[in-house]
Design a protein around this ligand. Structure first.
Ligand SMILES: NC(=O)C1=CN([C@@H]2O[C@H](COP(=O)(O)OP(=O)(O)OC[C@H]3O[C@@H](n4cnc5c(N)ncnc54)[C@H](OP(=O)(O)O)[C@@H]3O)[C@@H](O)[C@H]2O)C=CC1
Ligand SMILES: C[C@H]1O[C@H](OP(=O)(O)OP(=O)(O)OC[C@H]2O[C@@H](n3cnc4c(=O)[nH]c(N)nc43)[C@H](O)[C@@H]2O)[C@@H](O)[C@@H](O)C1=O
Length: 350
């Protein structure tokens, strides 16, 4: 890959895609190609094929997907499986057809079984049942890994699959119903703090509503008021968080330095693993995460727990040794990442 190589970043306005664009630009890559969702709907087979035919990208990073937190995954089950399968099929197949030199497919560590050994190495894929709340999404991601692997084995393509842990950072989704836990808690705790300090104009602006009464009613429906913030589930599940800029750096590192053959592992039972975990190898409980965010935001109230919401998998910690062995390790620790993200949130919102 050289600095003029034509690189298509699918999903360039999302959490990961935007960090990848920033990383590539900083490293001097000048020939980046992207389309907004409106300009190119990746669900359309015809439009995706026309795009590849016209643009002929040399490298592809597939960071476009239907993404959401535990409740979104559990609620919009059909959309999550259909859209993700369709996007992957269209992009991966056309990358093969139009002779893309290398493609990076982004999966997720939710591909691993609910009761997987901890930490989870790549070879625990498909060893027992999945977590129910995000099973449709996980199955689409497993199909993506197997698609990349199969095209590599049959057609000699150079497609790499990476399985990131839970991610967070600038351009995250802060929608209280559909987002992941970290952005949701930042926003809930931030709004509770503003209510507590009676900074009503800022609450109204944050929620983009007309009055403080509407804002309070909306926040109350998510268990947020001036004294307390609701945490979904028991607060006991443990999660591992990676800053989006580290994730982007790992993706660019693999694109620049590694090929499919470097990712290939075949064990004595003829099990093939061609995907790579991307994580920190460190986890934290959701309650501990809430306390950390509380400290960063400076909120003085308490937390309540809503046991009508799902906990999901109790532990999912990646084993990142394969990635470490290939020569990459994360740089941003959780507290620093949360501080940076909250700073970004404040600049964007105020
Ligand atoms: N966020 C996380 O914690 C994790 C993410 N991942 C994976 O990383 C990848 C990136 O996720 P993330 O950046 O968080 O997701 P985001 O939701 O932030 O970004 C996804 C991007 O894909 C675009 N997109 C979605 N559907 C289509 C479509 N039909 N046509 C064109 N563009 C589309 C979205 O555009 P628009 O917004 O306009 O729809 C958006 O820009 C995904 O594969 C995800 O599964 C894996 C593990 C954890
Ligand atoms: C990255 C990964 O993300 C999803 O899996 P998840 O890790 O379970 O997602 P989550 O971030 O939404 O929740 C993590 C934990 O946190 C708890 N929790 C508390 N309070 C809030 C809260 O306010 N919002 C949310 N979303 N969760 C909360 C929540 O109950 C759960 O116990 C996959 O579907 C799939 O998309 C995937 O790959």
């Amino acid at each position: 890959m050289n600095k003029n190589s034509k690189i298509y970043i699918a999903g360039h306005r999302g959490l990961v895609g935007s960090a990848i664009v920033k990383n590539l630009t900083t490293k001097g890559y000048t020939n980046l190609v992207y389309r907004t969702h409106k300009e190119l709907d990746l669900l359309s087979q015809v439009d995706v094929e026309n795009f590849f035919k016209t643009e002929q990208p040399e490298y592809v990073i597939l960071a476009a997907a239907k993404v959401g937190g535990i409740v979104a995954n559990n609620t919009y089950r059909a959309d999550f499986i259909y859209e993700n399968l369709q996007i992957q099929n269209n992009v991966i197949h056309n990358a093969y057809k139009y002779e893309v030199k290398k493609l990076l497919f982004l999966g997720s560590t939710c591909i691993y079984p609910k009761m997987a050994q901890q930490p989870m190495p790549e070879d625990c894929l498909l060893t027992s049942p999945l977590e129910y709340t995000n099973e449709p999404y996980a199955i689409s991601k497993i199909a993506g890994i197997k698609m990349c692997e199969s095209y590599n084995l049959q057609y000699g393509t150079n497609f790499i699959s990476v399985m990131p842990t839970n991610l967070y950072g600038p351009n995250d989704n802060f929608d209280l119903e559909k987002s992941h836990v970290l952005p949701a808690l930042i926003r809930k705790i931030h709004c509770a703090k503003l209510l507590n300090e009676k900074k009503y104009d800022e609450v109204i602006k944050d929620l983009n509503v007309n009055s403080i009464e509407v804002a309070k009613t909306y926040l109350e429906s998510f268990g947020v008021n001036e004294n307390s913030v609701e945490i979904w589930g028991s607060g006991k599940p443990r999660r591992e968080f990676l800053y989006s800029e580290d994730m982007a750096d790992a993706c660019v590192f693999l694109l620049e330095n590694r090929d499919f053959k470097d990712t290939y592992e075949k064990d004595s039972k003829e099990v093939i693993n061609t995907h790579i975990n991307i994580g920190t190898g460190v986890d934290i409980s959701i309650k501990e995460l809430a306390l950390l965010i509380q400290e960063v935001v400076g909120f003085k109230g308490v937390f309540t727990f809503n046991d009508t919401k799902p906990d999901g998998t109790m532990v999912k910690l990646t084993d990142p040794s394969k990635l470490h062995g290939l020569g990459w390790k994360h740089k941003v620790e959780l507290k620093d990442g949360v501080r940076a993200m909250y700073k970004w949130y404040l600049v964007g919102k105020l």
